[in-house]
Write a protein that binds this ligand. Structure first.
Ligand code: NG1
Length: 449
């Protein structure tokens, strides 16, 4: 039974629209979107699919073809109560709450059925695809259209409803993806341009089998990174820009901080950030702010509680080192892709992975092993993708080598390393949804039925 037939069976009426929203692989540019630097993702063929229809009242009735996502109902309002953390309905609520002000006095609610083929908690942006699919459904039910960039910006802010302090990459690529192209996305304000992806290459995506849920185990770890970057901005402003403070690290490109503007290098970073790790007391002395002021301004979580101070202190220098070098790698990647220089692009992917691991603390032993196995089996480049702390690694592989590559990586990682190291965890017998190849695909599609 397809999604349209299933919808009719559940709601006893036909859907009025069908929507498809893709997941994404970020080729390069990790954890720099919220710092205001460009990133380079692609849309992938795995999607969240929706069949929906408007309701006469304000209620949203949500179903999922997968029984592990229980059906739920809520009402459109300016302040929608959250469900328990980790509940899939929160992403639909996030989209609804931020769209309500635009829906007029008597908004239509929705009957909606979701079907997802994007692996969850894998760094492939299933959560933002769900947010965008929900937003497009509400717009369709209310006969409204919205510019893609405006919608992406609104939903980037809207998704923070679930408690994450992420950037705007995922919501934007869901809407802007294009076949055979990567999309260079810049922020504040949101802009994009296309970068050709070579026809004879694919990206092999492989799940490390360690889940990385940003609303559960990885939330504090994830949110700590943007907080450390905000603290870096506070230090930079005190030391270098007391009169023309910057808002985020990416703004440094526009400041006349040296004769040659651009992305600063390691020498600059070492001059400003003299320590690897900072205590709150040290940050307070450098910035001339009280610990309370720093906590209120930089370290509050969505629930109003201060984020825990890590026992090792705030690792600000290496975080900045990652952000600036990664931003430079994105620029260099665009040039290499335009020049069809895949070898150099692969090297940039490898360097990005190392920096994500060593400087930004995003990798795991499993992801490092998977990346090593991918490179030793002929990938031109390999790295973790997305938020990190588990999830997927991706590799750049020539189309003609894909079958052998997937077979060898499966044998060495899933049937070799993973079974040995994690004998307590199951390895799925069917690996098709765990390791697969993708090419850049279309962004979100709305079809009125
Ligand atoms: P994923 O991999 O979907 O959790 C997160 C953020 C992005 C970006 C990446 C790291 C959200 C919705 N997504 O993505 O904005 O910061 O991590 O590059 O917060």
């Amino acid at each position: 039974m397809n999604i349209i037939e299933k919808f009719s069976k559940i709601f006893h009426s036909d859907p009025a629209f069908r929507i498809q929203v893709p997941g994404r692989v970020n080729l390069i540019g990790e954890h720099i979107d919220y710092n205001g630097f460009p990133v380079l993702p692609i849309s992938i063929p795995q999607t969240i699919m929706v069949a929906g229809a408007a309701r006469a009242d304000r209620e949203i009735h949500c179903y999922n073809t997968n029984d592990s996502f229980p059906a739920s109902t809520f009402e459109l309002s300016h302040s929608i109560t959250q469900s328990s953390p980790g509940n899939w309905i929160n992403y639909i609520k996030a989209a609804a709450q931020s769209l309500v002000p635009l829906l007029g006095k008597n908004p239509h609610g929705l009957n909606v059925l979701f079907h997802g083929s994007i692996p969850r908690s894998a760094g492939l942006s299933s959560s933002s695809a769900l947010v965008i699919a929900s937003a497009l459904s509400l717009l369709a039910a209310n006969d409204l259209n919205m510019d893609s960039l405006e919608l992406a910006e609104l939903m980037a802010e809207g998704e923070r409803y679930v408690g994450t302090q992420g950037g705007g990459m995922d919501q934007a690529i869901c809407l802007l993806g294009k076949k055979q192209n990567a999309v260079k996305i810049d922020f504040f304000p949101l802009k994009h341009s296309f970068v050709p992806f070579p026809g004879e290459f694919s990206i092999v995506v492989a799940h490390s089998l360690i889940r990385a849920s940003k609303t559960e185990n990885a939330l504090i770890e994830y949110n700590r990174r943007p907080a450390e970057c905000r603290l870096a901005v506070a230090i930079l402003n005190s030391v270098l820009f007391p009169d023309t403070p910057i808002k985020r690290l990416g703004d440094i490109r526009a400041v006349n901080w040296s004769a040659t503007q651009g992305i600063p290098g390691e020498r600059f970073i070492n001059k400003v950030f003299l320590q690897d790790s900072y205590t709150l007391d040290e940050i307070s002395k450098i910035t001339n702010k009280t610990i309370d002021q720093i906590t209120q301004k930089y370290l509050l979580m969505r629930n109003g509680n201060p984020m825990p101070v890590p026992p090792e202190g705030f690792l600000i220098r290496t975080r900045v080192l990652h952000v600036f070098t990664e931003a430079q790698r994105v620029e260099d990647s665009c040039t290499t892709l335009f020049n069809n220089d895949l070898k150099t692009f692969g090297t940039l992917m490898n360097e990005s992975h190392k920096s994500c691991d060593i400087n930004y603390g995003l990798s795991t032993p499993e992801l490092n092993t998977l990346v090593e196995i991918m490179i030793s089996n002929g990938a031109l480049g390999a790295r973790l993708t997305g938020a990190g702390f588990g999830g997927c690694a991706v590799a750049l592989v020539k189309d003609s080598d894909i079958d052998a590559f997937i077979k060898d990586v499966s044998n060495q990682y899933y049937n070799g390393y993973f079974k040995k190291v994690h004998s307590e965890l199951p390895v799925p017998s069917n690996l098709e949804n765990i390791i697969f190849s993708v090419k850049p695909s279309l962004g979100a599609q709305v079809t009125l039925l």
